[in-house]
Design a protein around this ligand. Structure first.
Ligand code: ADP
Ligand code: MG
Length: 402
């Protein structure tokens, strides 16, 4: 994998770079700009070397439709501030605005194409369709740089197919992320504890069996815990539940125990009847209950105090910790205690601690932790998990060959 420092003289060259700017937003306000800041080393180094920098990125899931709610305008503004120079945002991805914007770039200037997911072919399962879109991207660059670590597990046009069309290199962020994660996969110091939370239940349930092969203890909180509790024969009320995965979770639990591994599940949870994510509010009382007493009309949205202690003890005693996914709705203050306890435990742990995932990283920064409170804050959620599982990530593999 070539780095950007091995590209030779890039003055005046058009560098087409994929970044991960999928930042959390509230309206059009960026609530955590960590992913934008993480791209600065690569961007400033290329701009300083006199390259013309054309950035590709996505935001949210517009599903192939132009949708102003997913415009990269807030990102272009923030990036301009952070770079201290204007970053022009094209109004389209591969259309006339993108063409004019790219053609107008001078040496040391940067532009951002609109959300690549406005193009349906970006995420297409059809190789030929994606390749056609990648060929349109390729018109804008002489060299492709891959620096969006959070998307390297995706076989998408701006991540994967484009690298087959242009000379390519890995940006500094991708190099750094891979070097940290490699430390977790090559003889990690034990006990090795993995904490999983968040809301992408189906995605994350899929990683559990592989994580059980590498970790000693799996701590499960957040939305996915309820499918496991159900697998243990408990009723979970209105909590997130993937009914199709209950049997698989029961199998995972059995296999883990047989292999001498530990899976820690919540023993108590904080429940609500009514809440609204958009306004970050809970109406009515938050009731903490043991997991075998979740009322039928209530939804578990955070781990309870006994669980906090249980999980924190496992984390502080570990030599290696990887954490992905808030263990509750950490964006709402009253439902953030569990996630705060996990963050504190990682900060207190003297071993190697890595936090991964957009929402997890946003949570620890919102709690006021400096980035150096942890061993590393990864910009990747799904990408980090797949790397740790030992899977081949298409966006990394494609950088290996010429
Ligand atoms: P990450 O971005 O760190 O990989 P995810 O995107 O998987 O994490 O999940 C983050 C989201 O999960 C947060 O917005 C949080 O509010 C939500 N969440 C956590 N616990 C629960 C729960 N018990 N029920 C519903 N949503 C939850
Ligand atoms: Mg997320």
């Amino acid at each position: 994998m070539k780095s950007i420092h091995q590209l030779g003289d890039v003055r005046g060259q058009r560098i087409l770079i994929r970044c991960d700017f999928n930042v959390p937003l509230r309206g059009d306000v960026i609530t955590d700009d960590g992913r934008i800041r993480a791209a600065l080393p690569t961007l400033t180094s290329l701009l300083g070397a006199g390259a013309k920098v054309i950035i590709m990125a996505h935001l949210g899931r517009p599903k192939g439709q132009v949708d102003p709610r997913f415009s990269l305008a807030p990102v272009a503004r923030r990036l301009s501030e952070l770079l201290g120079q204007p970053v022009k945002l094209a109004r389209d991805v591969v259309g006339p605005s993108a063409e004019t914007t790219v053609a107008g770039l001078g040496a040391g200037q940067a532009a951002l194409l609109e959300n690549v997911r406005y193009e349906a072919a970006e995420e297409s399962k059809d190789d030929a369709e994606r390749a056609r879109l990648a060929a349109q991207y390729a018109r804008f660059g002489d060299i492709f740089v891959s620096d969006g670590f959070g998307v390297v597990h995706r076989k998408q046009a701006s991540v994967f197919d484009i690298a087959r069309l242009l000379p390519h290199a890995a940006g500094d962020l991708v190099v750094k992320e891979v070097s940290v994660l490699r430390r977790l996969t090559t003889e990690p110091q034990r006990p090795y504890v993995v904490v999983l939370g968040g809301a992408k239940v189906a995605d994350k349930l899929a990683v559990i069996d592989n994580m059980l092969k590498v970790a000693d203890t799996l701590v499960i909180g957040g939305g996915m815990a309820y499918t496991f509790l159900k697998a243990e024969g408990l009723e979970v009320g209105q909590s997130l539940l993937d009914q199709t995965k209950v049997a698989a979770c029961a199998e995972s639990l059995k296999a883990a125990r047989a292999a001498g591994k530990t899976i820690l599940l919540p023993v108590d949870v904080r429940t609500v009847t009514d809440w609204d994510f958009a306004s970050r509010t809970v109406s009515g009382e938050i009731l903490t209950v043991p997991v075998d007493q979740i009322p039928a009309d209530r939804q578990g949205l955070d781990i309870g105090p006994a669980t906090q202690e249980l999980f924190a003890r496992a984390v502080t005693g570990a030599k290696t910790v990887f954490w992905n996914g808030p263990v509750g709705v950490s964006e709402i203050d009253a439902l953030s205690q569990g996630t705060r306890a996990i963050a504190r435990a990682l900060a207190d742990c003297s071993g190697l601690t890595v936090v991964g995932g957009g929402d997890s990283a946003a949570a620890v920064r919102a709690f006021g932790y400096a980035d150096d409170a942890f061993g590393y804050i990864s910009t990747g959620g799904g990408a980090s998990l797949e790397y740790l599982e030992g899977k081949t990530l298409p966006g990394l593999a494609v950088l290996e060959d010429d």
